[in-house]
Ligand binder design. Sequence first.
Ligand code: DX5
Ligand code: ZN
Length: 216
Amino acid sequence: MPIIAPSLLSADFLNLQHDCDMLNKSDADWFHLDVMDGRFVPNISFGPMLVEFFRKSTKKTCDVHLMIEEPGNFAEAFQKAGADYLSVHIEACPHLHRNIQQIKSLGMKAGVAINPHTPVEQLKDILADIDLVCMMSVNPGFGGQKFIPYTIEKIKILRRMIDEQSLPVLIEVDGGVTLENAASIIAAGADVLVAGNTVFKSNDPVATIKQLKNIV
Ligand code: DX5
Ligand code: ZN
């Protein structure tokens, strides 16, 4: 069964307590928290302060996806805020190995996020040091975009790379995941499905989460 990680970016920010309660009662496994700085991506979302509120509102895993430049400056702040997983973008990190070591030394699980155009082969040497790859299936910055089809091929390549080295790295797919394409994403080798609009724009988010969880 896939790990389901609803993206709170699509939640109702004037009723966050309601949406957190809904997720807590649902089959959702993780809270996916999207942090944007208006520089690495053309949008601004929220920072450590809100992550701390989410942390207090759930016992579920807080999976923080940093879409920011120089993430090393904020790793400690997100650890203090209660992040369990902290992912940084390979495209934002000229010293990726150092960023990963920093995240792990702070006691968090380390993830690397990768944009749709970046070859997954660039992850080869870092795979043994990380817990998760966040494979972007849209260009990061906004919820509600359309899944880029060639991502499926990239998930398959990444799955092979991870399995060849028998590594425990999770593949998370982020962007445009729907009830229609989830089965093919899982078949390609994904372990974690992020879903924003599919969950929060649904008439019955709890039922939609259950459907995603039981898709195969
Ligand atoms: C995009 C974010 C995603 C996004 C997913 O930059 O990283 O997590 O919120 O939302 P949907 O599922 O609506 O594409
Ligand atoms: Zn994300």
